[in-house]
Design a protein around this ligand. Structure first.
Ligand code: KPL
Length: 292
């Protein structure tokens, strides 16, 4: 299959390498247009290097948006303007956070399959064309709007190339769950410049509980089924399982890059405001991160 990935960052390159290894043609798109065919390397989990080649962009059969959340809508606008997206081409959004899907859904033709996805794979960029596969994890996918004709073939493509992929009729449920975990771990680790595992320490317990309680109240009002105690446990489990990781937001802050906080805590706050709910702990965190 001919797969176009917009965003050749850590996750874009990891998925690109795994699709290419399964025999598919992978091409990359950048902010302004196509990225020429090149050699990339994936440092695999066993330490061995896998070299693979991307292709020059040809009419794609599937488009995957792996940019930062704040670039996702403009990535789709560029692809539409440069005629890389026919109304039948499925568009898969695979970025952190939530929000861009609403604007992108409105830009696509009603029949274009718009699929939301969330990845728990870990990848770290070592050089411009080299990433390290740092952790295995599931990929959740589901159709948000448009034709369902390709649902099965897309799931099969992901399952055969990436593995551990799950199709959801209500895809916003797993995406919200990931957003809730990220809304606690990412800004705290970025604010205090600590690894994920350090959040398991006693000094974070009260703040973690308050953030979980606020986030769950908002999620429940948005029909997401989750209890604060469950979220608190899941946050501790993820922090412990990824103890030595520096969260993506901490990496953005230390590299001086824009963070995705507007699409994680900012999305929660927007929902809270719409619903008339208070979320002082999340608002304080956003203020601490945006003022620092
Ligand atoms: O998804 C993550 C991120 O860093 O964005 C977690 C789960 C917190 C792992 O680091």
């Amino acid at each position: 299959m001919n797969i176009l990935i917009s965003g050749a960052g850590a996750i874009g390159q990891l998925y690109g390498a795994l699709f290419a290894a399964a025999g598919h043609q992978v091409s990359f798109y950048g902010a302004n247009g196509p990225i020429a065919a090149a050699e990339y390397q994936l440092q695999q989990r066993d330490g061995t290097l896998l070299s693979w080649h991307s292709s020059d962009v040809q009419q794609p059969q599937i488009v995957i948006i792996c940019t930062k959340a704040y670039q996702a809508e403009s990535a789709v606008i560029t692809l539409l303007a440069q005629q890389q997206l026919s109304p039948q081409t499925p568009v898969i959004l695979l970025h952190n956070g939530l929000g861009p899907h609403e604007a992108i859904a409105a830009r696509l033709a009603a029949k274009t399959p718009l699929i939301l996805a969330s990845s728990r794979q870990g990848a770290l960029r070592m050089a411009s064309k080299q990433v390290k596969h740092t952790g295995l994890g599931a990929t959740d996918l589901g159709l948000l709007q448009g034709s369902s004709a390709m649902n099965e073939s897309i799931l099969a493509l992901f399952q055969q190339s990436i593995g551990d992929c799950h199709w959801h009729q209500q895809v916003l449920q797993p995406l919200w769950h990931k957003l809730l975990i990220n809304s606690v771990i990412n800004p705290l680790t970025a604010r205090d410049r600590v690894t994920n595992g350090e959040l398991c320490g006693h000094q974070y317990q009260t703040e973690l509980k308050q953030l979980c309680a606020e986030a769950c109240q908002i999620a429940q009002a948005c029909h997401i089924d989750i209890q604060p105690e469950t979220l608190f446990q899941q946050v501790l489990n993820v922090a412990a399982a990824t103890a030595s990781n520096r969260s993506s937001m901490l990496q953005d802050v230390t590299a001086g890059r824009m963070t995705e906080i507007d699409y994680i805590n900012g999305y929660l706050i927007k929902q809270a405001q719409r619903l008339g709910l208070a979320c002082p702990a999340h608002q304080a965190l956003v203020a601490q991160l945006t003022d620092s």
